[in-house]
Design a protein around this ligand. Sequence first.
Ligand code: ATR
Length: 277
Amino acid sequence: MKLGLIGYPIAHSLSPWIHNQLLDIHGMLGEYQLFECETDGFADKINEMKADHIAGFNVTVPYKERILPYLDELDDAARFLGAVNTVKLDKGRYVGYNTDGTGYLASLVDRHADAVESPKQVLILGSGGAARGIFYALLKQGIKKIDLANRTIEKAQQVIDDLSASSISQALSLKEAEEKLVKYDLIIQTTSVGMSPNHEQTLLSLSGITKDTIVSDIVYRPMKTAFLREAEARGARIHYGHGMLLHQAIYAFQIWTGKPTDASEMMKAFEKKLKGV
Ligand code: ATR
C-alpha cells in the first residue's frame, strides 16, 4: 500500500515512523513516503501522486487548505473546517478528511477518561487551524461551554462566529483569560508558543488554576512544555501533546485501511522515539 505525507518542511516528521509501525502491527506490506515540495511545485506533486495511485496521504502545513480544489469529496469535519489533513483514494476519487480534532479528543479521553463529561467549562488558547479543529470536535462531543482566548481577539471571535457558537462562547484576550482561569475545568493550549527552541516561553501564567483543572498542551517538542511544567507544579492534571499526533495518525490509518489500532500498544514505543529525537 502506497502512503505518504505532503507538506513543507517535513524532513523531521514523525509520521513515517508512526505509519511504518502501523503497517507492521497489521502485517501489511507498504511504504509511507515523504512528498516534500515547495509552494510552486504543489500542483505538479499532487498530479504525480495521483498518477502513481498513492492510496492515502496526510497533508500538513502549508497545504491543508490548498489541497481542497484537488479533492472530489470531503467529510463533514473537513468541509466545515475548510482544511484537510488526510486524503484517501477511493475508486479513483480523492476524498478529504480532517482527523485533527477527533484525534485530539481521543488522546484526551485516553489519558483523562472524565475530561469531557458534561457539564464542563473549556478554555481554548489560540485561534488557528488546530484550535478550530479541537473546538469543532468538542462541540460535536456535546460540550457547549467553550471560550476562546487569543492574542488577536478578533480572530477568536471569528472562530466562534464560524462555528455558530456565539450564543454561549466568549472571545477573550489572553489577559482576560488569565484572570478567570479558575472557572475552567479544561484548558487547551493550541499555539506554537513553548515549542523548541523557545521551550521556556508560555502564553500566560497559570496562577489561577485549581488542582482539579486539566491543562493540555498540543506542543510535543519538548514533551513536557514549560506550560505543562507550571501546571504540574501547581498540582493540576496535565495532558501531553504527542497523544494527538499518534491518535490522528491512527484515525488516518483506519480511514485508509479500515483497521483500528489500540493506541496504548504503540504509546510506549512512540514516547521512547520522541525522547530520542
Ligand atoms: P495552526 O494552524 O497550527 O493552529 P496558525 O493558524 O498559525 O497555526 O495559528 C497560530 C496561533 O498561535 C494563533 O492563535 C496565534 O495568535 P494570533 O492569532 O494573534 O496570531 C498564536 N500565536 C502564535 N505565536 C504567538 C505568540 N508569540 N504569542 C501569542 N500567540 C501566538
